[in-house]
Design a protein around this ligand. Structure first.
Ligand code: FES
Length: 107
């Protein structure tokens, strides 16, 4: 198990998240006001822009392939490096009718 530092830009909140934990679960434990709803990678409410670093999120079904490189679904994402995340930025497909359909959202 490896621990990583996750910093939220804008608020400066910083938590430690292991590569076995989701970012959202640690936010809840630490009392950080991260938005969420479904907790299964579909609604995108828990999205955050990846400013720096990498995550592993194979079950982030609500994001397009391109969005997976730029956004983390914190309910699904586990850190693969130290991270800086912006909770104020959401992926384009959150507004798309094709949400949940990566092919449609890429158009
Ligand atoms: S809470 Fe719905 S995608 Fe994370």
């Amino acid at each position: 198990m490896t621990d990583y530092t996750v910093e939220f830009v804008g608020t400066g909140e910083t938590i430690t998240v292991s590569d076995k934990d989701t970012i959202l679960s640690r936010c809840i434990e630490e009392g950080i006001a991260q938005e969420y709803s479904c907790r299964v990678g579909m609604c995108l409410a828990c999205s955050a822009e990846i400013v720096e670093g990498e995550v592993v999120q194979p079950a982030a079904r609500g994001l397009t392939e391109r969005e997976r490189e730029e956004y983390a679904l914190t309910c699904m994402a586990r850190p693969a490096s130290d991270l800086r995340l912006d909770r104020g930025e959401y992926p384009p497909s959150i507004e798309s009718e094709g949400r949940g359909d990566p092919a449609a959202a890429d158009d």
